[in-house]
Design a protein around this ligand. Structure first.
Ligand SMILES: [Zn+2]
Length: 288
């Protein structure tokens, strides 16, 4: 399976490439090029789990992205969605959770290359210095970033952002006090730690079931400028700029190429929770 899957994906990618190139050219002409937000978790060559990408693959992906897209900050990506015009496909890079291993090669590479990055961390694990509960449950405890690392990253220009306090699943969470603690509490703790405004929030697990209208509303009242999901989806100029859909970047380069050149199959992904949090009317979205 591990052999056939990339092979089939290669066939699909190159077979559908002319159609993609034509559609992307049309989108560009109309100022509707996609605004893509990628997410990684952990970049490391050891103790790999399903959300680990090797340094070799990560570096290969970054080289390819640099050669094919404008690499922008999450804030710039959001701006392009909000103003309703983008004439060149762009990519923003994000990370979730806050693994210490990312400070070995991946983040220093992005900093050295001046590639913008938003780094979502679950604040309590950083403050307490304990492994993430989901890794403990999988019997693979891995170190979170230290408070000092987060401070140094912020000083180096990495945009630190929130991913709840305890990596909580907010989908089924209905207790308003708990939601406030996870959303506003994480923002407050990270602002205290870094001395910088925390503007963005990403939902742990990030699938449709892990989001909720109440959490979106509380994220807005907690002062976030925007939130990110992780079920896989594109953003187009004119979409709801408060909710930025993200694309999983872990896996082979061919998987990333397939996503970022706009796979027609992925356009069927359903956007959830358009709150029109900003005073711009959402457009018809992705039709080319
Ligand atoms: Zn997470």
């Amino acid at each position: 399976m591990s052999f056939w899957k990339p092979l089939l994906l290669n066939c699909y990618y190159y077979g559908s490439y002319p159609q993609r190139a034509w559609r992307n050219a049309q989108l560009r002409t109309r100022g509707r090029s996609p605004v893509m937000v990628l997410f990684y978790h952990r970049i490391s060559d050891d103790r790999a789990n399903a959300w680990t990408t090797s340094n070799f693959t990560f570096e290969k992906q970054i080289r390819w992205l640099k050669g094919n897209f404008e690499l922008v900050s999450l804030s710039e990506a959001q701006h392009r969605v909000r103003v309703g015009h983008n004439d060149r496909p762009c990519v923003a890079i994000t990370f979730d959770d806050g693994y210490a291993d990312n400070c070995r090669r991946a983040l220093p590479l992005l900093i050295a290359e001046k590639i913008p990055c938003t780094y979502f961390v679950s604040s309590q694990f950083v403050i307490d210095g304990v492994p993430f509960s989901h890794d403990v449950a999988n019997k693979r405890p891995l170190a979170p970033n230290t408070p000092q690392q987060i401070q140094e990253l912020a000083l180096a220009g990495i945009d630190i952002a929130a991913h709840t306090r305890t990596h909580a699943d907010l989908g089924p969470t209905t207790d308003p006090d708990r939601l406030v603690e996870e959303l506003a509490g994480a923002r407050h703790e990270l602002q205290e730690l870094t001395g910088t405004p925390i503007r963005y929030f990403s939902f742990p697990y990030g699938q449709h079931v892990n989001l909720s209208p109440a959490a979106f509303q509380l994220a807005q009242s907690a002062g976030y400028d925007g939130v990110c999901s992780a079920y896989g989806g594109y953003n187009f100029p004119g979409d709801d700029p408060f909710h930025l859909q993200r694309i999983p970047a872990n896996g082979d380069l061919i998987r990333l190429k397939n996503w970022t050149t706009v796979d027609p199959r992925k356009l069927r992904s359903v956007r959830r929770y358009e709150y029109q949090c900003q005073p711009f009317a959402p457009s018809s979205g992705v039709s080319a």
